[in-house]
Ligand binder design. Structure first.
Ligand code: MN3
Length: 228
């Protein structure tokens, strides 16, 4: 009788362990495809810059991200979960998770058919939270222009449903738990020198001016609708 009970106990424990393992699924990470040719954004970004940026820098972040999380519990976490606890992890995770995620977004929020202004509810929300599209554009451009060294400019939605502009150093982003104001980004701009230096050299401002001609507002509108 005692042995039978013990057997049930062991079987129960084994089933529980199996259930836990089944519940744990590794997240599959893949490089986001570049949704246009390397030379498609020539009016803002030259072909060589796009090629090096996508195929060398971005690929590097992706590869090193997989290396940084390999054989750790982080293989089971979504990017959102990783960023929400980023202060717990080594710099290699922070830098490469950021580089992997931020660039995947950057490729999609640009398009050869971009430019102009957003439509619908996003346009309304920008007017509500910034006063006007021009004021938003000024703040976002300024966030990119004044970011010292390498980093990003962001348009994000805060937890209380408000759009705000921010900038981050290095590969940090507004989803990281040590960001001043956390939010979910819907538009980003890379202001690392590798994003513009071949054509613009020290003139980051000219890169930012031209960036607006390729902003894929359809995608930004889609991202806004998904998170609001
Ligand atoms: Mn970059």
């Amino acid at each position: 009788m005692k042995n039978l009970l013990m057997m049930f106990f062991i079987l129960g424990a084994v089933f529980t362990m199996q259930a836990q393992m089944v519940g744990k699924t590794k997240i599959k990470h893949e490089m986001a495809p570049l949704p246009y040719a390397y030379d498609a954004l020539e009016k803002a970004i030259d072909k060589e810059t796009m090629e090096i940026h996508y195929d060398k820098h971005y690929r590097g972040y992706y590869t090193n991200f997989l290396k940084a999380i390999g054989d750790t519990d982080l293989e089971y976490l979504t990017m959102e979960q990783i960023f929400a606890d980023i202060t717990k992890y080594p710099d290699a995770v922070r830098n490469n998770a950021g580089g992997y995620f931020n660039h995947a977004m950057y490729w999609t929020i640009m398009s050869p058919n971009g430019g102009g202004t957003p439509t619908g509810e996003l346009a309304t929300a920008i007017d509500r939270d910034f006063g006007s599209f021009e004021e938003f554009k000024k703040q976002f451009s300024n966030a990119g222009a004044t970011r010292f060294g390498s980093g990003w400019a962001w348009l994000s939605l805060s937890k209380d449903g408000k759009l705000f502009v921010s900038s981050s150093a290095n590969q940090n982003n507004p989803m990281m738990n040590d960001t001043d104001v956390q939010g979910i980004p819907i538009l980003c701009m890379d202001v690392w020198e590798h994003a513009y230096y071949l054509r613009y050299q020290n003139k980051r401002g000219s890169y930012i001016d031209n960036f607006w001609t390729v902003v894929n507002w359809d995608e930004v509108v889609r991202r806004f609708a998904a998170v609001k």
